[in-house]
Design a protein around this ligand. Structure first.
Ligand code: UD1
Ligand code: MG
Length: 450
């Protein structure tokens, strides 16, 4: 356990023009969570203070960051003059003093708390600057780590400023950097903009450290962990890496995922032991599935809780507020929204259950609709324990169906029904024997005339 304090500076002031999107880049999501939220999660996990550097007029980014990490501080970089310039926008945070300063990019969402800890470990061991390197399949666009024959890090050269020999170096800068808190500010303030882009490069911290007699070291990480997101294509690649991680973690926790590559998980999806997920299931944010539940193919779940041993799908849709207790069955083409189905309740086919409570053991017939919306407001339907709702019934909310009550098929129920009653809400059936024969004769005669 380290007792060292840490400040994480999250750079999020970039414009993200290559995304070709009106949404700020760092608010694009993977695993149902924004890129920025993933990075802030890492800051929280290592117990760091976070200083987020945003561009002017980025209220949406600030709002999203606050929702994830209420204690985060914000600094505005008025002009976009490079990564070191961006870090210095948070000068007030830096001058408060901390043992370790870690700079991360908000568009690098796959970094792990373990890697941040490794970089901090290097600083704790005496380095003034610790840089994370990696060996990308295609190094185009990355800064190169320049070391002396003894392996000591001398400088980082941005590609635009690199000589052909330097460009041939395979070890590249991942962008993550840790600095010793007592030298960070002095070091950053000595960085100049004498380079191809006339920007203040954070990467020059290494060369400056050398001139100050401060030691700089490089650590290495896997490419997947440090993938940056600059384009929609890279966003999809980062998503694929995250999905592999999430599925592997689920397998590790005892979840059966039959065809992992077809199942989409969210970063916050919680799956219990012996949960089985059939192929082609999508989890949106906020889903918990308890032990032993079965989620069948082509189901879509979002903001939902699935109780122990429950069965969902195939082709079920659980929307926010769907809450299924133990052993509930929700079958094909059933949509549940803002509704609690108590233990053992069943809705096996073709139904809409919204703004409702369904009592334990109740049976909802095929084609049942809770008519919850009158065009202005939502209303609640309450269905008692062991009630039986016949097929193709419309329950016009607000309405209560008592415990043990039967609703006849095809009913439109507009008034409350007390417990253990039988409710009919449909026209009585009329039979006229032989009338079909007469009708046919009349119709045939009419046709022959014309
Ligand atoms: C940077 C590194 C490069 C490294 C690469 C890894 C520098 C000079 N170069 O290059 O060595 O290989 O990342 O992905 O650091 N930002 C601001 N304000 C600015 C400029 C940038 O907040 O004025 C933010 C961006 O939003 C982004 C991050 O800093 O989150 C990195 O900026 P970017 O322009 O993407 O740097 P790269 O050219 O990718
Ligand atoms: Mg970048």
């Amino acid at each position: 356990m380290t007792t060292r304090t840490c400040l994480i500076v999250v750079l999020a002031a970039g414009e993200g023009t290559r995304m070709r999107s009106s949404r700020p880049k760092v608010l694009h999501a993977i695993g149902g969570r924004s890129l920025l939220a993933h990075v802030l999660d890492v800051a929280s996990a290592v117990g760091a203070r976070a200083a987020v550097v945003v561009g002017p007029e980025q209220e949406a980014v600030v709002g999203a960051a606050r929702a994830v990490m209420p204690g985060a501080e914000f600094y505005i970089q008025q002009e976009r003059r490079g990564t070191a310039h961006a870090v210095l926008a948070a000068k007030a945070a830096l001058s408060q003093g901390t043992d370790d300063v870690v700079v991360v990019f908000a568009d690098t969402p796959l970094i792990t708390p373990q890697t941040v800890a490794r970089l901090r470990g290097a600083v704790a061991a005496g380095a003034g600057v610790a840089v994370l390197g990696f060996r990308p399949a295609d190094p185009t666009g990355y800064g190169r780590l320049i070391a002396d024959p003894a392996g000591r890090l001398l400088a980082i050269r941005e590609e635009k400023d690199a000589s052909p020999a330097e460009r041939a170096i395979s070890l590249c800068n991942a962008g993550l950097m840790a600095l010793a808190g007592d030298v960070a500010l002095t070091l950053l303030q000595q960085i100049r903009d004498d380079n191809a882009k006339r920007e203040f490069y954070l990467t020059d911290a290494v060369a400056v450290a050398r001139t100050m007699g401060v030691n700089a070291v490089a650590l290495e990480a896997e490419e997947d962990e440090v993938r940056g997101v600059n384009t929609q294509g890279q966003l999809a690649e980062a998503e694929a890496v995250l999905q592999r991680r999430l599925r592997a973690a689920a397998h590790e926790a005892g979840v059966t995922i039959v065809a992992p590559e077809t199942v989409y998980l969210c970063a916050d999806t919680k799956l219990g032991r012996d949960v089985t997920i059939e192929p082609y299931v999508v989890f949106g944010p906020g889903v918990t599935v308890e032990d032993g539940a079965l989620i069948r193919s082509f189901s879509h779940l979002e903001g939902a809780h699935v109780g122990r041993g429950a069965r969902v799908g195939p082709f079920a849709r659980l929307r926010p507020g769907a809450n299924l207790d133990v052993d509930v069955h929700v079958g094909n083409f059933v949509e549940v929204k803002e509704a609690r189905l108590e233990a053992g309740a069943k809705a096996n086919h073709l139904a809409y259950i919204g703004d409702a409570r369904v009592g334990a053991g109740a049976n909802i017939g095929a084609g049942t609709i809770t008519c919850n919306y009158d065009g202005f407001k939502k209303h609640v339907t309450e269905i008692g324990r062991e009630a039986f709702i016949g097929s193709n019934s419309a329950l016009v909310a607000p309405v209560k169906i008592g415990d043990g009550t039967y609703v006849a098929s095809g009913s439109v129920i507009t008034r409350d029904v007390p417990a253990n009653s039988l409710a009919f809400g449909r026209a009585r059936q009329v039979i006229k024997e032989g009338l079909a024969t007469q009708l046919r004769a009349v119709l045939r005669a009419g046709k022959n005339k014309s």
